[in-house]
Each structure stands twice: as C-alpha cells, then as structure tokens.
Ligand binder design. Structure first.
Ligand SMILES: [Zn+2]
Length: 118
C-alpha cells in the first residue's frame, strides 16, 4: 500500500480530466449517453457546467485515503477536501476499460473530494 498523503498519479489525473470534460457537454450524469430503463429514452442532457474551476484543482489535490476493499478492480481515493456527509456525485461515467468512474465534490465548497473507479 502506498503512503498517504501523496500527489495524484498520472492515471488518476487522466481519469479526472476525462470525467470533468463531460461537464461542458451536459453528459456528466449520463445525459445523451444512458437509456432510462423505465421509459427506454436516452436521458436528457444536463445544463453545461464550466469545468475550469474543477480542472484547476487537480494540481493541488492530495490523496489522503484509499479504499481498502481489496478488489483489484477498485481504485477509489479520497482527497484532502473530503468531509463526511458533504460529498455529492459531480460526474458519473465509465473508464476506457469499462469500469464505473465517479467524481465527487463537496456540495458546499465545490472542492473535489473523491475519485471512485469500480
Ligand atoms: Zn474498494
């Protein structure tokens, strides 16, 4: 297990950049990409969000905790801004190798709090 706190790996930065790039297209919560199981319709796009305030945080993020579930497909890390009960999903998409990729943000401060790859 790697020491924490530590800076992000290049892979973690790339996952964040990939996910945050969906903010400006409105696809960040599945809009335009995922089909609603009940209606059979593709989910509508969400209002575009400027990704810059989030992208600008990447260089200063530190990993302070990592998931210890032991699943080799799980790569879930928590950043220094994490506060219990304050994180909400900002982007939900998939990695290039088909895992779920979810980026969480603090609902009050808008600081990135967690990267979940499962
Ligand atoms: Zn895990």
């Amino acid at each position: 297990m790697r020491e924490v706190p530590r800076p992000l790996t290049e892979e973690e930065r790339e996952w964040l950049r990939q996910a945050l790039s969906l903010l400006s297209t409105g696809e960040y919560l599945g809009g335009g990409r995922w089909v609603d199981a009940e209606t059979g319709q593709v989910l509508p796009l969400d209002p575009p969000i400027d990704p810059e305030p989030y992208l600008a945080q990447i260089e200063r993020l530190q990993v302070v905790d990592m998931c210890r579930c032991g699943d080799p497909g799980c790569h879930t890390v928590r950043f220094q801004h994490y506060r219990p009960g304050k994180s909400v999903a900002l982007v939900h998409t998939n990695t290039l190798d088909g895992r779920q990729l979810i980026v969480f943000v603090d609902e009050e401060t808008e600081l990135l709090t967690e990267l979940e790859v499962i």
